[in-house]
Design a protein around this ligand. Structure first.
Ligand code: GLY
Length: 595
């Protein structure tokens, strides 16, 4: 399905070239209503759906759908808007994973737009002399900046499956970056918590700390430099970032981080060259797929661990009838399956270009059966659970092996889900890694560089077999889990979330809530969460812990886990779009024609 409706594409392109933007194209009365940003957790109706964490991003995606664009067009348009309004979570300085259900063929495609290590990266780049760099020092550094993949992902998605040009897809966001958006409490507090390091880089300080402090709630935040950079991408495509003056600026910023000479921060230079940028490629990969209680759950394969870890945990859970259990038992099984799947993730998943990831075996029923037999109804497995042996020979319940490790996780990253009237569905998670990425804005270009390479293991955590050590051109392991679920061969549910490695547990728990515990999608997504990643269990306020503690679980309180966005296809061309009701200040779910 390429280039459907080319006539509309040319018409839009012409108008945009004449300087007309999304908001001025059509004077229809409902156009104003749909481009109005609305913060609401649920919308039900027809004509197409979009769910994101941000009202402006959802409005821009909705407008594209309402004008006849498809789910891919809307996803790219919303993602570009998130680069404006959620610049600390995602943007053209980062990467992501794009999962697409193509109605015309019934196939699920995935694009790997993950950031890539420079060619000069070595196995010990984060552990010079054998000891790991302090994590905080790596976070705010040129060393942790991977070659960005987001503009190339947008280009590839539009060229392969979209119906509009990049020019049209970015039009709404160019206007948004120029006119600005209203600062909310989430943006203010994220700026505030980054203020110390932002202040050390003049370009970052000028953009995000006007008058020396975080912008106040209710003020307007404008980013004309980003609008100009988007205009370059609109005209030239991803080449505008990977070659030419912007590429040179990125490389200079990475190699000589523009830190204020008065700051006493140690900012390690990075290894990226213009050749690394020019060599960047989006990779189309096989999706992961697991059957779960008659559903087909499609996810992102390595270098993301999302698809294999969600899929393995579901396969373990399928051995038990959760719907017949009381709630405590069901949640106990969810936590145990998650710990087991994380043990295997840590041991076996890395960039498939560098390590042999046994995807098929990790997702096999035989392996799941072997792993499921570790689960006891009345006891908690000692943590860390050892990884299993996905070797095709499954006989019993082995123990022993190498313990898994936990990595630091923050609330970063963002997710969006779109669906259109033709039955296409997109589930797209994108990131710059930490909230605020590397903290380094490319001077004059309006965007933050990622610190994605901190997703590598700095030193071996797996007894000599860590699949996620750095290497030249390697992609660090991710936890991003954009997911599309088919029922009877048709798309039924699409979802994803931010949150580092907790992304996996947020997606898993939401699926368990929806499929096994009989919750409708808004309830499943809003429910208090717990995240078990083969170590301590984090729990949000409201997650019932008392009876689980009696079984032996222990919990660490955490304010928030994730900020999911989902769409359920209700049949008869209707959708239920669902965004977070409260986390990160609440998201925005929209449909073209509300019921
Ligand atoms: N940046 C979060 C992840 O890739 O999992």
């Amino acid at each position: 399905m390429t280039r459907a409706r080319p006539v509309r594409t040319r018409w839009w392109t012409l108008l945009v070239a004449l300087g007309l933007t999304a908001a001025t194209l059509v004077a229809a009365p409902d156009a104003e209503a749909r481009t109005r940003p609305v913060r609401q957790p649920v919308a039900v109706g027809s004509g197409g759906a979009v769910a994101t964490v941000d009202p402006e991003a959802s409005a821009i995606g909705l407008d594209v759908l309402a004008r006849g664009g498809n789910a891919v067009d809307a996803a790219v348009a919303s993602a570009a808007a998130l680069g404006v309004t959620e610049p600390y979570s995602a943007g053209i300085g980062g990467g992501g994973f794009f999962v697409f259900y193509e109605a015309a063929t019934g196939e699920v495609h995935t694009l790997d737009g993950r950031e890539t290590a420079p060619a000069a990266m070595r196995v010990d780049s984060f552990a010079p002399g054998g000891s790991a760099l302090p994590f905080a020092e790596a976070v705010t550094s040129g060393l942790s900046v991977g070659v960005p993949g987001t503009p190339a992902t947008w280009e590839e998605a539009l060229e392969r499956w979209g119906t509009i040009t990049m020019n049209r897809a970015l039009a709404g966001s160019i206007q948004l970056a120029r006119r600005g958006f209203e600062v909310d409490e989430t943006f203010r507090s994220q700026t505030e918590s980054n203020a110390d390091r932002f202040a050390d880089f003049p370009a970052t300080r000028e953009l995000f700390l006007p008058d020396g402090e975080a912008p106040a709630v209710g003020t307007r935040f404008r980013n004309p430099d980003l609008a100009d950079t988007y205009r370059l991408i609109a005209r030239e495509g991803a080449d505008a970032i990977t070659t030419g003056p912007v590429a040179e600026d990125i490389v200079e910023t990475v190699q000589q981080p523009p830190v204020d000479p008065a700051a006493d921060r140690v900012v390690r230079p990075g290894l990226m060259t213009t050749a690394d940028l020019a060599a960047y490629e989006v990779v189309e990969r096989e999706p992961t797929v697991s059957d779960y209680r008659g559903l087909e759950v499609y996810g992102m394969g390595p270098p993301s661990s999302g698809g294999t870890t969600v899929g393995e945990a579901l396969n373990v859970l399928e051995r038990f009838d959760l719907s017949a259990m009381d709630r405590t038992q069901a949640l106990h099984h969810y936590l145990e399956a998650s710990a087991i799947a994380f043990a295997d993730r840590n041991r076996y998943v890395g960039d498939p270009a560098s390590v042999d990831v046994p995807v098929e075996e990790l997702l096999s029923d035989g392996f799941a059966a072997e792993r499921a037999c570790l689960v006891e109804p009345d006891a908690v497995l000692p943590r860390p659970v050892a990884p299993g042996s996905p070797d095709g020979s499954y006989t019993g319940c082995p123990d022993g092996g190498i313990p898994g490790g936990e990595s630091p996780e923050g609330p970063s990253t963002t997710h969006l889900t779109t669906a259109d009237r033709w039955g296409n569905v997109v589930s797209y998670t994108l990131t710059i890694e930490s909230t605020g990425g590397s903290g380094i804005v490319v001077p004059g270009r309006g965007f933050l560089l990622n610190n994605e390479l901190t997703d590598f293991s700095f030193t071996d955590t797996q007894g000599g077999d860590d699949p996620n050590l750095p290497g030249p051109g390697k992609r660090p392991r991710s936890s991003m889990s954009p997911t599309i679920v088919l029922r009877d061969g048709e798309p039924w549910l699409a979802l994803g979330s931010p949150g580092g490695a907790t992304i996996i547990t947020t997606v898993l728990q939401t699926l368990v809530n929806r499929v096994d515990l009989g919750q409708d999608l808004p309830t499943a997504l809003a429910a208090p969460r717990a995240s078990q990643r083969n170590g301590t269990t984090q729990a949000e306020p409201g997650f019932e812990t008392a009876e689980l503690q009696a079984l032996g679980h222990t919990f660490t309180p955490t304010a928030e886990l994730g900020a999911a966005a989902a769409v359920e296809l209700l049949g008869d061309g209707r959708f239920q779009a669902v965004a977070e009701p409260t986390r990160r200040g609440g998201g925005s779910a929209r449909v073209v024609e509300e019921d």
